[in-house]
Design a protein around this ligand. Structure first.
Ligand SMILES: Nc1ncnc2c1ncn2[C@@H]1O[C@H](COP(=O)(O)OP(=O)(O)OP(=O)(O)O)[C@@H](O)[C@H]1O
Ligand SMILES: [Mg+2]
Length: 346
């Protein structure tokens, strides 16, 4: 936030962010694959997610790869935003990989199409009707015909060990099927590859309000932040302050509890890490909620085996944030939790 946008450090930091993002995605991928995450389906305008994912990709792809986007549809589909984001990242990462030696063009198209009974008769999972059609194509090295029927298999990869796990397409496949859609691949060696995805559209038109997705919400509430890593505290404190919040931070859960006990009404929200020495974040939250049962708590985690979303909900945790925390995501979730807490209990 503080650096000139064309400074070298800014460039390096972007690379660090991209790498962390990749690590985060890999964790998500593994979790999605092992079905350990509970998806949250809602009406989503895929176009907005696609644009956001492409912005992220642009900064990580070499300039020898051109990106062309043709996002026309504003239709809604029923899905989980994180999973849709993952679909686009997985397909585009594959495409970029196939073009990294010689460069080329990545093209993403989003339109509404009518699938007729002919199509449905060859794709048993599809009923005739209107579908959202996402096309991701590249001009890369292509897929040899002899492996074409294996690309969606889990752990099938043609990449060296440290570059591919072979989970990308099987995760994409799983998500598309789960949305009631279908996916197909076409490829010509040395010419390129195209993935065609179809998602059932939900009927009502995209409400204008969904466009607000781009706006970062702010606030003036008081937040207590707990994380045993000082660097994380420093960064998040700065981010939260820039959003308008007043922040108090502690690097130990015991100190945080003490601070809270001294002034339980001073804070509107607690944001805590889960894995910390002496007292984990979920226990800390429980202790605090003994004093103030209405206290909203958000837990942050890379992934903690110790605590599942269901368990967190039963002890009254309001939301989860997945590390690394991004400003926008944090801003949205914090606002949501605070607004929720303000609503009178029915
Ligand atoms: N756009 C593409 N162009 C050429 N080959 C592709 C393309 N997309 C997928 N493939 C082939 O399909 C294989 C499986 O893809 P998948 O995304 O499932 O795994 P991966 O990319 O190898 O590893 P991971 O996605 O887990 O990092 C790839 O290894 C590659 O051989
Ligand atoms: Mg892949």
């Amino acid at each position: 936030m503080k650096l000139e946008s064309d400074s070298e450090i800014n460039y390096d930091l972007k690379a660090v962010l991209t790498a962390s993002e990749r690590a985060k995605n890999l964790v998500k991928q593994i979790l999605a694959f092992s079905r350990q995450t509970k998806e949250e389906k809602m009406p989503i305008q895929m176009g907005l997610i696609a644009k956001e994912a492409l912005k992220l990709l642009r900064s990580s792809l070499p300039t020898t790869i051109g990106i062309r986007q043709n996002i026309q549809s504003r239709s809604l589909i029923m899905s989980d935003p994180t999973q849709l984001h993952q679909i686009i990242m997985n397909l585009c990462t594959n495409a970029a990989h196939a073009m990294r030696e010689e460069g080329g063009t990545l093209e993403i198209t989003l339109t509404d199409v009518e699938l007729d009974s002919d199509f449905a008769s060859t794709h048993l999972e599809i009923q005739p009707g209107t579908y959202l059609n996402l096309t991701v194509s590249d001009t890369g090295h292509g897929i040899p015909p002899e492996v074409m029927n294996r690309i969606f298999d889990p752990f099938f990869t043609t990449k060296p060990k440290d570059e591919g796990t072979g989970l990308g397409l099987s995760v994409v496949h799983g998500i598309v099927k789960d949305c009631g859609g279908t996916i197909m691949a076409y490829s010509e060696p040395d010419k390129g590859t195209t993935f065609q995805l179809y998602f059932p559209i939900i009927k009502y038109k995209a409400a204008e309000k969904l466009g607000d997705y781009e706006i970062t919400p702010t606030g003036t509430e008081r937040i207590l932040m707990v994380d045993d890593e000082k660097t994380i505290i420093d960064i998040n404190k700065r981010i939260l302050k820039s959003l308008g919040y007043t922040v108090e931070a502690r690097t130990s859960s015991l100190e945080a509890l003490e601070c809270f006990k001294a002034m339980p009404d001073k804070f509107d929200l607690v944001i805590s890490d889960v894995t910390m020495p002496l007292m984990t974040g979920d226990l800390l939250a429980q202790e605090m909620m003994k004093i103030r049962p209405d206290l909203p708590v958000i837990l942050c985690t890379g992934f903690s085996k110790k605590i599942t979303r269901e368990k967190a909900e039963t002890i009254g945790i309001k939301a989860f944030l997945m590390k690394p925390l991004l400003k926008k995501e944090m801003a949205h979730i914090i606002r949501m939790v605070l607004d929720e807490a303000k609503r009178p209990v029915q």
